[in-house]
Write a protein that binds this ligand. Structure first.
Ligand SMILES: [Zn+2]
Length: 513
């Protein structure tokens, strides 16, 4: 054989071996594992004999309705107070012990007036939460008649976009572009990619409404460069301006200059006006906000077991909108688990359970931190935190209308890299048929988890955290129809089994990997 041919065969062999091992690692091994997982039967599950004690779908759904009927449940508002009383009343009626409201000082930001006029034409807009805030409490407004000044467009507002534009004293308009989540590619990095109906091919992706991405950095650049105000165009969002952003002061300090959101359609109109009028483009931005110090309160309920070691089960009941998916849905699954476990005799529970309803997801996580102070640094041994959020219907936009796809929004579970926790989670997800569930490494998005389990994860508590990111998560259209009603009970059943198995897992297995 000629030397050239030998080399070619060798190269080809190497390529085949490489492709073979890649396929083996990324496709064949997970497929074999999945085949085994699919053999698990519901009748063999840990809680199978107690299924009659599990709240039915309609009851779980009725709690979501009760919470969403209250309105935006921010700490310190009437709705927030009602929701807190509701969680206390539910925990009490289920028979939980040591019910506690962990109080903390929170900031309530509200806006009662806003508006935008560009070159004399009124533009529909929506307030950008947490802005016009320099850290002081009180009422703050733009000047009478609005902040009138030149308006400039800075594209996506990168550092170079700001270099050649003088924004001093002006209103800055910038595109806010959400990043794309490459859902399909998660197949190669996930611990489990459970999509039995093949609804999530490798190419599937979606816009992630959870910032930061170009935003809030473009906002902060405008502020640092002396802009008087900011208008964010929701460029790759549904055609809406009702985006209730989170508080990003942890990234760039207080959001001091006033700011408004506009939809992509209105944004295109504004850009057109600026291009035509140039330096002569003028705008008036009006905003009036109130910043108050209020009391927040996480609601805690306890169920003693044979051991004092604790498995914690949590979600958050606060919301910035009606908050059906975000997060009356997660809270109601926590209520369902509390009601279920309260009916299991103490002798049957190897460990104690702590049910926690947080209320400061939208208020700087102060209750979450107060909970850590009170429950995690004072000798309680929390072996694991199970966090449940966002049981959501998937939507898509067709001709400007938001319509349901008939599928559940893909679910992500972040689970600590502990063999036993990963095995339990995988097995119960597949056993209970929670399709479209992807278990991801905890460092997938950097050091922080984009879920309410993050504060506990950061201090070393093992976590299993369910979440999803439908595009409407922070929008006022997060109404009860967005909740995946038919998935409420299967989700509750799967997590009842996960919790049960955690109560039985040998202590040393919580740290083995
Ligand atoms: Zn949530």
């Amino acid at each position: 054989m000629q030397k050239k041919h030998k080399i070619l065969i060798l190269v080809l062999l190497t390529v085949f071996v490489f492709i073979g091992s890649v396929c083996g690692v990324f496709l064949v091994k997970p497929a074999m594992e999945l085949k085994k997982l699919k053999e698990l039967k519901l009748k063999d599950s840990s809680t199978a004999e107690y299924l009659g004690k599990m709240p039915e779908t309609d009851e779980i759904y009725s709690w979501i309705k009760d919470l969403t009927d209250m309105g935006a449940r921010k700490p310190g508002t009437e709705a927030g107070k009602k929701a807190q009383e509701y969680m206390v009343e539910k925990f009490t009626s289920f028979g939980l012990d040591n019910i506690d409201v962990v109080k903390s000082d929170a900031t309530l930001w509200t806006c009662d007036e806003w508006g935008l006029t560009v070159s004399g034409a009124e533009i529909p807009s929506y307030y950008m939460t947490h802005t016009l805030n320099d850290g002081a409490f009180g009422k703050f407004s733009t000047p009478d008649g609005g902040l009138k000044t030149e308006i400039v467009y800075v594209g996506e507002g990168s550092e170079s976009d700001f270099k050649n534009v003088d924004v001093q004293g002006k209103i800055v308009v910038s595109d806010v572009v959400f990043s794309d989540i490459p859902v399909g590619l998660a197949k190669f990095v996930s611990y489990l990619y459970y999509d039995p109906e093949n609804t999530l091919p490798l190419t599937s992706s979606r816009a992630n409404p959870y910032s930061p991405n170009t935003y809030p950095y473009n906002y902060y650049r405008a502020m640092e460069n002396g802009a008087a105000g900011f208008v964010g165009i929701l460029s790759n969002y549904i055609d809406s301006n009702e985006f209730n952003n989170e508080d990003y002061s942890y990234l760039g300090g207080k959001m001091k200059i006033p700011a408004l959101w506009v939809s992509r359609t209105e944004g295109a109109n504004i850009i057109e006006v600026i291009k035509t009028a140039g330096d002569a483009a003028e705008a008036s931005l009006k905003m009036s906000v109130q910043i108050e110090e209020v009391k927040a309160g996480a609601v805690v309920g306890y169920l003693p077991g044979k051991s004092e070691d604790i498995i914690m089960i949590q979600s958050h009941y606060d919301s910035s909108t009606t908050g059906a998916v975000e997060d009356a849905s997660g809270s109601s699954v926590v209520l369902a688990l509390a009601k279920f476990y309260a009916q299991i005799p103490k002798e049957e529970r190897d460990r104690s359970l702590l049910f926690v309803a947080m209320d400061t997801h939208f208020a700087d996580y102060v209750s979450h931190d107060a909970f850590i102070e009170k429950y995690l640094t004072k000798g309680h041994k929390i072996l694991a935190d199970v966090c449940i959020e966002h049981i959501a219907n998937e939507v898509k936009e067709v001709d400007g209308e938001v319509v349901f796809t008939g599928e559940i929004e893909p679910r992500i579970i972040f689970a600590s890299e502990i063999d036993a926790l990963l095995d339990i989670t995988k097995e119960e997800i597949v056993r209970h048929g929670l399709q479209r569930t992807i278990i991801l490494p905890t460092d997938m998005l950097g050091d922080e988890l984009p879920t309410d389990a993050d504060p506990y994860f950061q201090i070393g508590v093992p976590i299993i955290s369910l979440v999803s990111a439908p595009i409407y998560l922070y929008d006022n259209i997060d109404t009860i129809d967005k909740v995946s009603k038919e998935e409420l009970r299967p989700t509750t059943e799967a997590f009842a089994d996960i919790v049960w198995r955690l109560t039985q897992l040998p202590k040393e297995d919580f740290s083995k990997n």
